[in-house]
Design a protein around this ligand. Sequence first.
Ligand SMILES: Cc1cc2nc3c(=O)[nH]c(=O)nc-3n(C[C@H](O)[C@H](O)[C@H](O)COP(=O)(O)OP(=O)(O)OC[C@H]3O[C@@H](n4cnc5c(N)ncnc54)[C@H](O)[C@@H]3O)c2cc1C
Ligand code: FES
Length: 539
Amino acid sequence: MGEHEDALTGPDLAAGIEISSVSPNQLIAGHAFGEPVLLTRIDDNWFAVGGTCTHYGATLADGVLVGETIRCPWHHACFDLRNGAATHAPALNDLPCYEVAVEADRVRVASKRDPGQLRAAGHQDRGARAPEKVLFDSHPAAGPVSVVIVGGGAAGNACAEMLRRHRYRGPITIIDRDADAPYDRPNLSKDYLAGNAPEDWLPLHPKDFYRDQSIQIVSGVEVQAIDTGARKIRLANGSEKGYGALLIATGATPIHLQLAGAERIQYLRSLADCRTIIEKAKSARSAVVIGGSFIGLEVAGSLVTRGLHVHVVALEKLPLERVLGSELGELVQSIHEEKGVEFHLGHTVTGIEEGHVLLEDGTRLEADLVVAGIGVRPSVELAEGAGLAMDRGIAVNEFLETSAPGVFSAGDVARWPDAYSDARLRVEHWVVAERQGQVVALNMLGHRVRFDDIPFFWSAHYDKVSIQYTGHVDHWDEIRVDGDVKGLDCAISYMVGGRRRAMATINRDRQNLETEVEMEKELLLKPPPPQTIPQETLK
Ligand SMILES: Cc1cc2nc3c(=O)[nH]c(=O)nc-3n(C[C@H](O)[C@H](O)[C@H](O)COP(=O)(O)OP(=O)(O)OC[C@H]3O[C@@H](n4cnc5c(N)ncnc54)[C@H](O)[C@@H]3O)c2cc1C
Ligand code: FES
C-alpha cells in the first residue's frame, strides 16, 4: 500500500491502457504501484512522472504541457518530464519518474527509475535533477571559489539549491538574522496562522537536506557590512567572511506606524512574528487589522478562522482596488464580510489603547489584538552601506547583477528590467523571488541567463478563494471581465493600449497558466532585447 492510496484515481497504469485511448498530448491522471502517476505522449515519446506537484500537491494532469515539461496549475511550478526535475520554482523537490513500456496495442508504466538513471537524463537550463548528496570541494573546478548568500528566504534558498543542482561543489553559506530561516513565508498568513497547519509544514526542507547538500546555514546572525573591493562581509558577531560571489537577498521589512500606542501593534514578516500573533490570539476575542493589503486580509481571514471577531481599518475605499481593480476588491471584501469581518474603509487609526483602537472620527473599536499590514520597504541598508547603485531597491541588470562585480541581488529587495512589461520592476512575490534566486545561481556559474520569467503571485482567503495573478501592471486603461465574479469563476484582464498585460483569475487555474504560457510566447516574438545593461551603468 502506498502513502497516496486514499487519493488514487484514474486507471491503474501499471496494468496498462490501450494506446488508441490516448490522444497526443493528453494528460492522464492514473496510478502505479500505489502512487499517483501522470502519463502523457508527446509525438512518439511516452513520459510517466509523479502525478502530484511537490509544492502543495496539485494534480499535475490539470496543468499544461510546454515542450517536454509539465506546468502546475496552482502556482506554475515546472517539471522536466524526461527526469522529473523541478526546474522552476515554487516546487523545489523533483517528481518520481517511471519507465514506460509499449507492447503491441497497450502502454504501461513498467517501473520506477532510480536516481542514477534520472540524473543522466534531461539536461537543459535549470533542468538538472537534485543530487541526493553533494561532495563538497574547497577548490571547485568551475564557478566562484565560494558563494555567500545574505538572506535565507525565498531567493537565497532557491539560489543555493540551484547551485547544487548544477553541480557547483564549492562552499555555499547562507547567512540569515532570522533563527528559523529558511521557511515557507506565504503560509504564515494562511494555514499556519489559521491553525490549520502544524509548524513542521513550514521548513522548506528538513535540516538533513542542507547537510546532505553541503549548504551551510548560519542563522540568527545579521550581516552588517559588505566590502565589495575586498570581497568580504562582516557579521554582527564580529567575524568576517570572504566570498567569490555574493547574493544579497535581504527581502523586505514591514512599514511601521508612528502613532500613540504603536508599541501594541504586531507586524507579520517572520515566523517569530507569527508565533507572537498566535499566542496573543489564543486569549483574544477581538482583533483590528490595520491595512487592506493582501497580507492584512489574509491575516483577518486566519484570525476569523481562529474564532476572533475582526475589524479591518483601511485608508482606501475598497481593499485591493489599486492592484486588482474594483471587481475583485468588492468580491474579496464581500467574502470577508460573509465571514463576519467588519470593514472601516476610508478611515485612519489615530491611536491604540489597552483593548481599543481609536479612529480619526472618534470610533473606538474593541481590539485585544492589533496587527498592521500596510506594506513593506525593501531591506536595502546593507547594499546602500556598500555603495551599490540603488533604484528604489537594489538596481540590477537583466542577469540580476548589481553595480559591483560578483555581487547579485534577487527577490523583494531587487529592481530588475522586466522583459515583458519593459519596465523596471520590484515586486513582492514568492515565486518571482525563488526564480530570481535560481537564475542568479546559473549566472554565478557563468551561464549568462536573462531573468525574463513572467511575474506571478497568488493570494488565498479562507478555503473559498484563491486569486492567481500573472503579468504585472501598475495602471491599466480598461478591465475586461470574463465569467462570473460573484460566482467565483472568472478571469479579469488588465488592458494597456488595447493589449492584455496581466490577468487575475478565480477558479480558472488552467486559464491563468495558459495565459502565462501565451505571454512567454509573446516575449519570444518581441524584437531582441536591447544590449545588455552593463553593471556600471545601473542607476
Ligand atoms: C505573511 C506573508 C504572506 C505572503 N504570502 C504570499 C503569497 O501568498 N504569495 C506570494 O507570491 N507572496 C507572498 N508573500 C511575499 C513573499 O513571501 C516574498 O515575496 C518572498 O518571501 C520574498 O523573498 P526574498 O527572498 O526576497 O525575501 P525573504 O523571504 O523576506 O527573505 C529575506 C531574508 O533576509 C534576511 N535578512 C535581511 N537582512 C539581513 C541581514 N542584514 N543579515 C542577515 N539576514 C538578513 C531576513 O531575515 C529574511 O529571512 C508573503 C509574505 C508574507 C510576509
Ligand atoms: S502546488 Fe504546484 S506549484 Fe504550488
